[in-house]
Design a protein around this ligand. Structure first.
Ligand code: FE
Ligand code: CA
Length: 530
């Protein structure tokens, strides 16, 4: 990838000449994940030679990304799409994409390289599961196809599994509605240089284009088909701040409802009277497929029809275990009243994921046990004064299962829940039993506002609506309606959190500030404003 147009050099130019166990493992993993990716050892297959026929300028218009870091590896992503808003614009054939990763952005000495196939059935996306890297290191990567070279991405592997100290800087983001504003918080996130970005849902919104929005969704209505979802994801990925942030750090992503359909639950759409079961299954299939195609995730997330496996764990040495949930695909349909929210028959995670999470919390060797949850776990009592009123789409609507986890939290080392959905900053203590005001604090939750969803808020109107609810929710420590994200410096002795906000998302450039600093001390459940 130094500009020559001949066949690619050997697939693996590791520094030592002799094959190492690392190298063998890499070849196996590469073959399993990207099919013919590792077959270019000495000469390219014919498909790769064909790919040397030039591709148009802008073939890398969606940028590059990386994700799901391991101590020895990371997923590298790109998607060839010279005409991103109209199906992608690629020919209906597989195209070879060379990739390389090195320990300097000058690529003087690439550590690994190979060839992946960008296939039309996956929207010409490329997911390379690189292994054989060193823990806790920065790497740079890029792709080449059809004579075009991608932007350079930077990524970082997770710390060594046996490391205990150090620090992890994690950014929490969610809810980026294109039509509600520019993704200006990412410009600040880039400057803060996090080790990893956790995105907990609403990467796209499926809403129809609005003539009055600050910027308008592509297409003519809500997406239903694969091509329509591809176009929507592609439009979002053209946001320069989002694209730059993907190129700067590995992301760990999960989806919520708007990647498919507002407030859907399992196989039940928002409006079952308007979408038949078959039609919604087809919609789920298209939406999950497009999601996979645009996210830097492993082959374990390749969808199987209307199903996708997204819940998973990532380890950051002995410091932090990150449990990433799927609170959408396996849940019971939402309750419609206060009594229903208490129904022990309702599930949020489904039987298997619930067992998986309980086991992962109980058996965790990590100092910090992070849970990435799309929707809020702490109680939100919306009814000021006597009585309660809950959001049924959040954990409040599935209280039996929520309470099961809160009971478990007492035995878990430093549980912290990282959440999206609410389009507000809500930082709260988690209590063992929210029905009992005297019950113990067992953890902390950060609801990380939104990148752009709901746009610039009238802060006075927000306070007028929400402040009267504060006495009913004494576990709330901070409430705010600015757009932004949360930043966490995680160390053995505690987590220092900052709520980073912007003054506007209605223009492409904004002024960022720290709204608040918060602290979670290890061994002392709960969170406080400092
Ligand atoms: Fe949202
Ligand atoms: Ca109340």
């Amino acid at each position: 990838m130094t500009g020559e147009t001949g066949p690619a050099p050997a697939v693996d130019s590791a520094r030592t000449g002799s094959p190492s166990p690392d190298r063998r493992r890499f070849l196996t993993a590469g073959a399993a994940v990207v099919g013919a990716a590792a077959s270019a050892q000495l000469r390219l297959p014919s498909a790769a030679r064909a790919a040397e026929s030039p591709l148009p300028e802008g073939v890398f218009s969606l940028g590059v990304a990386s994700g799901d870091p391991l101590p020895d590896g990371v997923v590298l992503w790109t998607r060839l799409a010279p005409d991103p808003l109209h199906g992608g614009g690629m020919p209906e054939r597989a195209v070879s994409v060379e990739w390389e990763i090195g320990d300097s952005e000058r690529f003087g000495r690439p550590l690994r390289r190979g060839v992946a196939q960008a296939r039309p059935e996956y929207g010409h996306s490329v997911h390379v599961d690189v292994r054989g890297l060193r823990p806790g290191r920065e790497y740079w990567y890029r792709f080449r196809a059809g004579g075009r070279i991608s932007p350079v991405g930077r990524t970082r592997t997770a710390p060594h599994g046996l490391s205990s100290g150090g620090a992890l800087r994690l950014a929490l983001a969610s809810c980026q509605n294109w039509q509600h504003g520019y993704f200006t918080p990412y410009a600040d996130m880039l400057a803060q240089d996090p080790d990893v970005v956790l995105f907990v849902g609403d990467y796209i919104y499926e809403s129809a284009p609005s003539a009055t929005a600050p910027r308008r969704h592509e297409g003519t209505g809500e997406p239903y088909s694969l091509t329509q979802y591809r176009n929507r994801y592609a439009q979002y990925r053209t946001d320069p701040d989002l694209q730059a942030m993907h190129a700067a750090a590995p992301w760990v992503v999960t989806f919520d409802d708007h990647e498919v359909d507002n407030d859907f639950a399992g196989e039940t759409p928002q409006d079952p009277d308007k979408q038949s079961h078959d039609a919604f299954m087809a919609r789920l299939t298209a939406a999950y497929q497009a999601y996979y195609e645009h996210m830097p995730v492993r082959a374990s997330a390749v969808p199987n029809g209307p199903h996708i496996r997204m819940y998973r764990r990532l380890e950051f040495g002995g410091l932090a275990r990150l449990n990433v949930l799927d609170t959408r695909q396996y849940r019971s349909d939402q309750a419609t009243g206060q009594a229903g929210a208490l129904d022990p028959g309702l599930t949020m995670l489904g039987t298997r994921q619930k067992r998986w999470l309980l086991d992962g919390l109980r058996e965790s060797p990590a100092r910090w046990n992070l849970v990435g949850s799309q929707i809020m776990m702490a109680e939100t009592d919306l009814l000021a004064g006597a009585g309660k009123q809950w959001f049924y789409d959040a954990w409040d609507g599935y209280q039996a299962e929520r309470n099961r986890f809160l009971k478990e939290f007492r035995k878990v080392s430093n549980p912290v829940v990282l959440t999206g959905d609410r389009h507000l900053t809500m930082v709260a203590d988690l209590k063992e039993d929210f029905a009992d005001p005297a019950s113990a604090v067992v953890g902390a939750e950060f609801v990380g506002t939104s990148v752009s969803s709901n746009g610039d808020q009238d802060q006075a109107a927000f306070r007028k609506e929400w402040d009267p609810r504060m006495p009913d929710n004494p576990h709330w420590k901070l409430l705010d309606a600015h757009r932004g994200y949360h930043l966490f410096d995680i160390r053995q002795d505690g987590i220092d959190a900052r709520v980073r906000i912007v003054d506007t998302v209605l223009q492409p450039r904004a002024r960022p500030t720290t709204l608040a600093r918060l602290r979670v001390d290890a061994g002392r459940p709960g969170v406080r404003v400092v």
